[in-house]
Design a protein around this ligand. Structure first.
Ligand code: GLY
Length: 400
């Protein structure tokens, strides 16, 4: 195994300064930060203990808490793996066997999803459940299940275009959303386990083509690029969950920041590292980034008087987690800047403004996430994936 592959496994396991005005981040990263994160993992364990008592069917997965009601998804839904993932992070923190049992139970409910041919999100589903199961327990039977899932994802790869397509519905010819960057981790890990380079090459191609066609000169990303199968080139570029085709949907920007950081972990290719840094710089210096670093659901929303300015705590938790990984790949000055920003986000999210009191919020952790603004779905909500990346950020911060 090449050295960088070993590093990728370890980091995966746990985890330019601009001339523009940047929020001044008061927090520095130090041992108190790690302690702060550990204490918040303790708190999360308390809340999720109530969660697992309230929701007991691992095939009916709580996905959101909106307007006082819990919404559920079946295993086919893209968010189905995050509850198992949340339990795995709590097990990792507490080392308590009861969490191991709960995490395994919610993971096993997703076993058939390795053959889910309806979505690119098989990566989210399987990596957040079985991926952590394998990482934390070394249970050997989990590897082949993840490899099956990677093979299923590869069926969506088109070598002429060089990307995997996202949705199996709608009228697009070949839709690819920026979120799909996240599913590449499944392919990279399958390549490391099996030695089959096809997975790795497809993931690198997807990241390279996406960098070319999804990104604008200012390093913001379109949400969706619809490709022409014959020419391999984009037909059109648009949004789906943002406010406008040329706007910067916040969670999409975070998927990109996280995605390219992860791709660098597996490739050690500096162009991906530079791209991740460019995205992060765009976000941290954005004129509409709030002082607490929890963005509005679209970075262009504050400029549009027609749009209600909901925050998206899930875009923030994802970004915090990405920043903590990115900080491990850069020089000291940049690392300090990223860790400081990550800590600022974590402290914001851990304040009563965003973190629910025990027993509240349907037993989810974070408030003020935005699911899908244009569809008027899950606004000012709790979302299981927002909680997942919050727990991941706390876990990474605790171990830095
Ligand atoms: N991947 C779907 C979303 O971020 O809403």
């Amino acid at each position: 195994m090449k050295r960088y592959n070993a590093i990728a496994l370890i980091l995966g396991a746990t985890f330019a300064f601009s001339a523009c005005a940047e929020n001044t981040h008061q927090d520095t990263f130090n041992t108190q930060s790690a302690e702060f994160c550990s204490v918040n993992l303790d708190k999360a364990a308390g809340q999720l203990d109530d969660f697992r008592q309230a929701y007991t069917n691992p095939k009916n997965i709580p996905t959101a808490f909106t307007d006082g009601k819990t919404k559920f998804t079946k295993p086919m839904g893209w968010t189905s793996g995050f509850v198992a993932g949340n339990f795995w992070y709590i097990y990792e923190h507490t080392q308590d066997k009861s969490w191991l049992n709960t995490a395994n139970q919610w993971t096993h409910a997703l076993e058939d999803m390795r053959f889910n041919r309806k979505t690119h999100d098989i990566g989210f589903i399987m990596s957040s459940s079985y991926g952590h199961g394998l990482r934390l327990t070394k249970e050997q039977s989990y590897g082949p299940l993840l490899d099956d899932a990677a093979k299923t994802l590869m069926e969506r790869y088109n070598p002429n275009i060089g990307v995997t397509f996202s949705w199996s519905w709608g009228t697009w010819e070949f839709p690819v959303i920026i979120d799909n960057m996240m599913n590449l981790e499944l392919l990279f890990n399958a390549s490391l386990r099996t030695g089959d380079k096809t997975f790795h090459d497809a993931a690198v191609s997807h990241a390279t083509v996406t960098m070319k066609h999804h990104y604008r000169p200012d390093h913001s990303s379109y949400h969706l690029v619809n490709y022409d199968r014959d020419t391999g080139l984009p037909n059109n570029k648009q949004t789906f969950q943002g406010i406008a085709d040329d706007s910067s949907w916040a969670r999409g920007q975070s998927w990109g920041a996280y995605g390219y950081t992860m791709v660098y972990r597996f490739t050690q290719d500096k162009k991906f590292l530079q791209h991740a840094k460019n995205i992060v710089n765009y976000l941290l210096t954005h004129k509409n980034m709030p002082e607490d670093l929890v963005p509005y659901f679209d970075y262009d929303a504050p400029d549009d008087p027609e749009v209600t300015n909901y925050r998206d705590s899930s875009a923030a938790s994802l970004l915090a987690s990405a920043l903590l990984e990115l900080a491990t790949y850069v020089d000291q000055t940049e690392a300090d800047r990223y860790k400081k920003a990550a800590m600022k986000i974590i402290r914001s999210l851990s304040s009563p403004e965003y973190l629910a009191a025990k027993g509240q919020n349907g037993h989810f952790l974070l408030k003020q996430a935005t699911g899908h603004y244009p569809a008027n779905l899950d606004l000012n909500s709790a979302l299981n994936y927002g909680d997942y990346y919050y727990l991941e950020a706390l876990t990474r911060c605790k171990s830095l």
